[in-house]
Write a protein that binds this ligand. Structure first.
Ligand code: HEM
Length: 249
């Protein structure tokens, strides 16, 4: 099925000098918590990882304490619930795939921890050739952003099965089992950022990119230092070689 190439957004983490936008990360996490987490887990993320978003230790403890996690067995051999701590993972809404399918009419909302890396539709000819050369790596967040902003009425004549929702950006067909989860003003932003579907989608995609590759910005920075080192080292080697061989005709 022909897939629409994702819309390309501006990401602060793109390019060789990309950086995370902590405001966007915090807003994206809020969108995840208040909307997406009703159906999607992020089981690879620990509360302590949220320090990257700019939260202090106390703020992280407070966020974690809003969740209950299962622990145990205790001395009586029983499992029990307790408030989450910084060292716990973000709890998933369902405890297993069967339960999540049962709650979603047979469909399975995937865990979102790695989704920004797990989906990367190519941007079509000829862009994909340049994308290889420029190492374009933002297809994942572009895709999530496009999917979330892409819901619309199915065109005349398109058959859409019951329980599916038309979206031209979905990778595996023309409709998916997730209804449009976002609408304007459903999440309150306290920093004056517009509360629109467009903005929510962009922020949550930014957050999901961080979740899938938290080391992205550090990796780029280190890569830059390595290249700088190699350049200087190559220069030193060149002059060393000149000096050593100076007397040889
Ligand atoms: C699938 C993101 C909210 C139910 C997906 C996919 C993504 C996603 C990226 C994968 C699509 C693919 O396979 O390419 C989000 C985000 C949300 C959100 C960022 C919050 C803004 C929700 C909510 C529900 C839900 C609230 C349940 C009411 C599902 C289901 C699927 C799905 C059932 C599987 C669709 C299929 O394979 O046909 N979601 N989602 N999602 N989501 Fe969500």
């Amino acid at each position: 099925y022909p897939i629409n190439k994702p819309r390309n957004a501006e990401w602060s983490f793109a390019g060789p000098f990309g950086t995370w936008d902590q405001g966007a990360l915090q807003r994206g996490f809020k969108v995840y918590r208040e909307v997406c987490s009703a159906c999607h887990g992020m089981k690879l993320i620990y509360f302590r990882d949220l320090a990257d978003l700019g939260y202090s230790e106390d703020q992280i403890k407070a966020i974690a304490a809003e969740y209950e996690v299962q622990d145990g067995p205790n001395e009586d051999g029983e499992m029990f619930e307790r408030p989450a701590r910084a060292a716990d993972r973000i709890p998933s809404p369902y405890s297993n795939v069967a339960e999540s399918r049962a709650a979603n009419g047979g469909a399975y909302p995937p865990d979102l921890s790695l989704i920004a890396k797990a989906r990367a539709p190519e941007r079509g000819f000829p862009t994909f050739i340049f994308d290889i050369l420029t190492m374009y790596a933002e297809n994942g967040p572009d895709y999530i952003y496009s999917l979330l902003t892409g819901y619309k009425e199915a065109p005349e004549g398109e058959e859409i099965l019951d329980g599916l929702y038309y979206n031209p950006y979905f990778v595996a067909g023309k409709a998916l089992a997730m209804a449009n989860p976002l609408s304007d003003d459903i999440v309150d932003y306290d920093d004056g950022t517009p509360q629109t579907v467009e903005q929510y989608s962009k922020d949550v995609s930014h957050f999901l990119m961080w979740a899938a590759e938290p080391g992205l910005v550090d990796r780029k920075r280190q890569g830059f230092v390595v290249l700088l080192f190699l350049l200087i080292f190559a220069g030193l080697l060149y002059f060393t070689k000149k000096k050593i061989w100076a007397n040889v005709q």
